[in-house]
Design a protein around this ligand. Sequence first.
Ligand SMILES: Nc1ncnc2c1ncn2[C@@H]1O[C@H](COP(=O)(O)OP(=O)(O)OP(=O)(O)O)[C@@H](O)[C@H]1O
Ligand SMILES: [Mg+2]
Length: 432
Amino acid sequence: MSEMVAVSARNLYKVFGRKPREVVKRLAAGSARDELTGLGTAAVIDASFEVKQGEIFVVMGLSGSGKSTLIRMLNGLLEPTSGTVEVMGSPISGISDAQLREVRKKNVSMVFQHFALLPHRSVRDNVAYGLEIQGMPLAERRERAERIIQRVGLDGWADKLPAQLSGGMQQRVGLARALAADTDVLLMDEAFSALDPLIRREMQEQLVELQAELGKTIIFITHDLNEAMFLGDRIAVMRDGRIVQVGTPNDILTDPANDYVAQFVQDVDRARVLTAAGVMEPARSVVSVAAGPRAALRAMRDLQTSAAFVVGPGRRLLGVVRDKDVLRLVKANETDLSTVIRNDAATVTGDVHLTDLFESAVESPLPVAVLDAENRLLGAIPRVTLLAALGNVPTTTSELDTIEPAPSVSVETITETLRVTAPNSSTEGTLV
Ligand SMILES: Nc1ncnc2c1ncn2[C@@H]1O[C@H](COP(=O)(O)OP(=O)(O)OP(=O)(O)O)[C@@H](O)[C@H]1O
Ligand SMILES: [Mg+2]
């Protein structure tokens, strides 16, 4: 995701009805929306946000909260009553129809809930339709359509008519058509809402894949919280025309701006939303390979655990050591910890969803290690933390025993061994 802004909305209002401007004036002066219904319906009230290039920005809210009205102002389908919209740096309100057509061609395309396919045209020609309007020569637009049809998983279907396709496949055509236009920004209004749950899940996953590959900016509307949480890099929550919170799925789950949002998110499938990085704890049982066996043993004794992560320079994870193995080294006066490092730590990267780390967590006696792309140890997820996160139990780590597994050698044995084997120097390594 770049830091460049793709879409920016400032103080956007849209009021339908008799006296739109009057309503805006009164809202800005503090009147409540409900007091003004005689003058008009305030569908969007004072919405400001920025969507970054390459971001999936989800707008979520109950029916009637103003989502569709908001998104329609982003591609000029609706003129704001007040406020401004910029797409890729250019204003899209107050411009001529010709300019607006240009913006739609180059900058913004839309995928609709009910597909809006042309029934008498083949899949290929539906996908190429926008390119035809743009005046692209036949051979070129067919070639491009073909490529995108493959990309959305419809190879072999190019010559069929929409009615010969299932709902999920028809929406793939809708998506392909929007992608064929190759605009910077894709607007999707409840694009998957008409699909069966399983197909819908599949489409969500494919959209995330496509986005990663093509780097499009996507503004996605849904009233389905799980969908919002799964797709969104950030989510704007709307209520009665206002954006009440903008944040990452994690922000919204763990720090809801108000009771409305909190209630909204209480039934969310947390395992699909929360990420390893979002729930991890600082890894506590960690020793540096350079510190040696004595330091490792001491650390495990002090933390009352039978295992520790071993890191090398730059905090790169090398593996795991067990108290028994390290005790053996210490008894034998060995100084190289690396000889007993095992490779059996369960590891994940920070972006992995909790759903995808249960298996590792169950199989591994140690907390799951969270690593960055360079294998650096960022944190750890003890099983108790995982459970607390899923149950939405606030974890103050002091209350929960987040060090595992339990020691397999007694504290006394370790202390005694350290004492009798102690070198006369004081160059003992320490806990990192
Ligand atoms: N063309 C219109 N004329 C009058 N009122 C409208 C118009 N379009 C929308 N509204 C009203 O504006 C409010 C917001 O509607 P909007 O369609 O944006 O909501 P939504 O969040 O998209 O809802 P849904 O989830 O049902 O699609 C509603 O009260 C709606 O009745
Ligand atoms: Mg709508």
